[in-house]
Design a protein around this ligand. Structure first.
Ligand SMILES: Nc1ncnc2c1ncn2[C@@H]1O[C@H](COP(=O)(O)OP(=O)(O)OP(=O)(O)O)[C@@H](O)[C@H]1O
Length: 305
């Protein structure tokens, strides 16, 4: 379990994390989502004990990481890909790590097997593909058989096979009852990987909910209706939970009613429909609407310049 309470981290005038509170529960894959610069890496570094908070507290499995007698058995992290020396083999890198934490050769063999690296373990890390590098990072994170695993952008840069592999792997770790927390700046990645989402923007919490709920909240579908009798239909559709916007003299945009319900109202009124089209917000649209005011740098659309 990871608990973050009122965490703030400033770098000079920059507030990277701003009064952030959330809990990451065991047995689920929790995504940490936010645009570039939102403060995800900073928050993860503080949780891992690699940076000091300006204020607030973080705990892993009930205590600040530094207070655990065997931190590697509590939290495994993949915070910077490619941390291994390129001239070393994966096996020697892992053996060195294991030795500094009192872990044996058998555990190194075990994590090499778990991450599917047995056949490449004796090659130099410098010759690895991005995917192999990520697997090595995961193997290192798993060395201490930790109950909590925290990964910064583990999917970034992987090929499709690698992505599928990482997803399955993280799911299996969660199914074993571990806490799995991973960051990404892409909603599409998270939608297929995480059960629960913590979304931040400009260091602040935007959403903390099961993924379906986050998507349902922001991804409401709208129906475009073309009719020569727009005014009359708009009046008939009006209701407290329904929004009707006239986008042209013969076109309405409706949220809060589906296409079938709109068609039924039109039929009862005797209004002719020329077009009825449902648009479901794409994942990225949903995410953008969620984080719109929270991106650090918003590109100015060409038309507005
Ligand atoms: N060591 C540092 N010194 C100064 N500013 C920093 C430092 N680390 C991060 N920042 C700033 O803090 C903010 C949050 O950065 P952070 O890397 O935590 O965001 P992020 O959500 O992980 O972004 P990304 O997806 O790009 O990795 C940014 O404005 C960044 O420039």
């Amino acid at each position: 379990m990871i608990e973050v309470e009122h965490l703030t981290k400033r770098f000079g005038a920059t507030t990277a994390v701003d009064d952030l509170s959330f809990t990451v529960h065991p047995g689920t894959v929790t995504g940490f989502l936010g645009p570039n610069g939102a403060g995800k890496s900073t928050a993860m570094r503080v949780i891992a004990g690699l940076a000091r908070p300006t204020s607030g507290t973080t705990r892993v499995n009930g205590r600040p990481v530094a207070e655990h007698a065997a931190p590697l058995a509590e939290v495994g992290t993949l915070l910077a890909a490619g941390a291994a020396h390129p001239g070393r083999t994966a096996r020697s890198h892992l053996l060195a790590l294991a030795a500094t934490h009192g872990l044996g050769r058998a555990r190194v063999d075990e994590v090499l097997r778990l991450t599917g690296m047995e056949t490449v373990a004796d090659r130099r890390v410098g010759s690895y593909s991005m995917g192999m590098g990520q697997r090595l990072g995961l193997a290192a994170a798993l060395l201490g058989d930790p109950r909590t695993i925290m990964l910064d952008e583990p999917i970034n840069g992987l090929d499709p096979d690698g992505i599928v592999w990482v997803r399955r792997f993280l799911r299996s770790l969660a199914a074993e009852g571990r806490t799995v927390f991973l960051s990404s700046h892409l909603m599409s990645e998270m939608a297929q990987t995480a059960d629960h989402l913590i979304v931040i923007g400009r260091g602040r919490l935007i959403a903390d909910a099961p993924i379906e709920q986050v998507l349902a909240g922001v991804g409401a579908s709208r129906v475009a209706v073309k009719t020569p009798d727009a005014q009359r239909l708009a009046t008939a559709l009006a209701a407290p939970d329904v929004t009707v916007t006239a986008v042209a003299h013969d076109e309405l945009e409706v949220t809060g009613l589906d296409a079938a319900a709109i068609a039924a109202v039109a039929r009862d009124l005797g209004v002719l429909l020329h077009e009825l089209a449902t648009h479901t917000a794409s994942l990225e649209e949903a995410y953008l609407s969620l984080t719109d005011s929270a991106v650090e740098y918003t590109a100015v659309p060409a038309a507005a310049r």
